[in-house]
Write a protein that binds this ligand. Sequence first.
Ligand code: HDE
Length: 708
Amino acid sequence: MRRDSQFQNRGDAMPTSNKPSRPDALGNGGELHQVASSPDSRLTTNHGVPVSDNQNSLKAGTRGPTLLEDFVLREKIQHFDHERIPERIVHARGSAAHGYFELTHSLEEFSRAKILTETGRKTEVFCRISTVAGGAGSVDTPRDVRGFAVKFYTSEGNWDLVGNDIPVFFIQDAIKFPDLIHAVKMEADKGYPQAASAHDTFWDFIGLMPETTHMIMWVMSDRGIPRSLRMIEGFGVNTFRLLNDVGEATFVKFHWRPKLGLQSTCWDEAVKIAGADPDYHRRDLHEAIEAGAFPEWEFGVQLLSQEQADALPFDILDATKLIPEELVPLRIIGRMVLNRNPVNFFAETEQVAFLPTNMPPGIDFSDDPLLQGRLFSYQDTQLSRLGSVNFHQIPINRAKGCPFQNMQRDGHMQMAVPEGRANYEPNSLALAGEEGGPRVDPAGGFRSFEAPMEGAKVRLRAESFADHYSQARMFFRSQNPTEQAHLIAAIVFELSKVSLAHVRERMLGNLRNVDEDLATRVASGLHQELPKASAKTAPLIEMPLSPAITLIGKYPASLQGRAVGILVGEGADGAVVEGLRKSAKAAGASVKIVAQKLGGVTLKQGKAMRADGQLAGTPSVIFDAVAVVASDKGAALLAADGAAVDFVKDAFGHLKAIGFTKTILPLLEKAGVVADGGVLELGSDHGAFIDAAATRQWDREPTLRPLP
Ligand code: HDE
């Protein structure tokens, strides 16, 4: 007692300026009176104790030390200290959304899974799309593979289809996965580069593992730098099986096709977006859903029998190979719509745990040795990431629309309160009137395909996995000249960041096996001698070209889901701006007004127009097409502003349509813009601009930079 009052006295003895003790006495909390209006709105501790003051810790006097007794402070700080959980070792950076899956065509003949047979039923899904190499805080637009994971909350348990946006994978056997990921991640000694494959260790590994060559073609193509997560394809990658009612099996490959079509960025654009908006893809997905422009994918399958699989010139168990759609056509059987943003990033996007082992009855695994390793890895990694065997009880991971019950008990962070004694089976507790617990369902439960097994226990790679170059060649040769040039430029860029000459040389030797022209042009881009071709482990087979794997060939001429930026200067003609905004919106684009100042400009008509973005922070890289509108005076102000010059220069360099009013000519000139079919004066009708804006001006590219 005495002590307390002594402390109190000491506090009291301080100069008056140090005396305030009311929570709000120093003005914290602003003008708002931040006090609960009812018991229900009270701030409490985690254990429900109402908190009286959230501004000051409990101290011995106003200027005295903080007391250990302050459980409110300790609980708050301790929770904060542990707010981060280990990020995913791969795919750490991800964005996600809720939605639904709807089956349009039943696969009854092939599968007994309800999700593949009940047409018309809408099943809830949660879809997380990610980069692979970078950490959770890395940027959205590095050259990388994108993970494409979908959790279907089916009536027969969760089905997680954990795929990528590229149909093949780097390696054939799971045992190489840690090596691959170590090689691509930041170098172990230096801690850089972050989210980038352009460095020694990655290309060292790639060159020494020729099975990676096919995937490298895909990653170095423009598929590695997507425009939007809404504009990527998805693939299950591994071969799976479907099982019907009588236990017959059919091999299956799963595909997602974006309704908006495929689209990528230019490399220079991707690099600049990384600075302008590191969250470009996350923001784009979030904003599209908020605006009601729900991203949608068609769901397709390639089905093949054992006999068809045996007749293919490659092994369908080898994940570095795809099955060309020209050989086994894609059947579209459903669609996925993402229509709801997560409300809490951590609880949903971060805590979601995808497991390739989550599989309803009627779908089954194949013996793909990559898939077999994955079946162990995902369950295992959740233990260190989410910290408990009960991670399935986290709301986002919980099975919905079906009961889940078993005799697993206890464990760290058990959220349920299972009742009764029936935590073992068999039991006869029901005979005594007690609850006996759930029982197996031999007919309806998950069953595996009864594949006959034979052979010695070996650590060997099948001979049918030995051809590493035929499909890489098919990919490269199926691309159009622009796509090929981009792919070559990307390899030149990456290898130019490799400091070890022998690593570059080895890669060139491998590329010779893919295509002589490809290898020669990469060598020329590096200004390096072309070495001998590397030894091959199998003769190449000539595969027909596959138009289905091009990108520009699938690039839709459409403004649907795209963005148009209108840079307005002082005195801009409001009629032109509004007309353009209307036409672009009618064509499906979102439109943003950009100005030098956020407050906007005064239009020719005397009205004020506010900007959605300030020029310096809203460069043209975040738009698919741009227009510039200003009076003579406004145009002169823009021409004197480096950010406006860059706005136009980058749009031109990134092959975008540019609309302009005549007044803007000095700015265009300063930005080095040369008249072409994509540089269009805005008149009363904006049709020509809208048409040009719907695609990139591929013809412009050779006039801008030497293509390798
Ligand atoms: Fe993964 N992978 N992976 N992977 N993977 C993980 O699991 C692994 C592979 C893929 O948004 C991890 O929960 C091994 C292929 C996606 O949360 C981990 C092998 C494909 C995601 C893991 C592969 C993928 C992951 C890390 C080789 C395309 C993100 C965190 C045998 C079909 C899922 C986690 C999400 C995540 C292991 C290869 C796709 C460590 C061992 C092939 C989309 O368990």
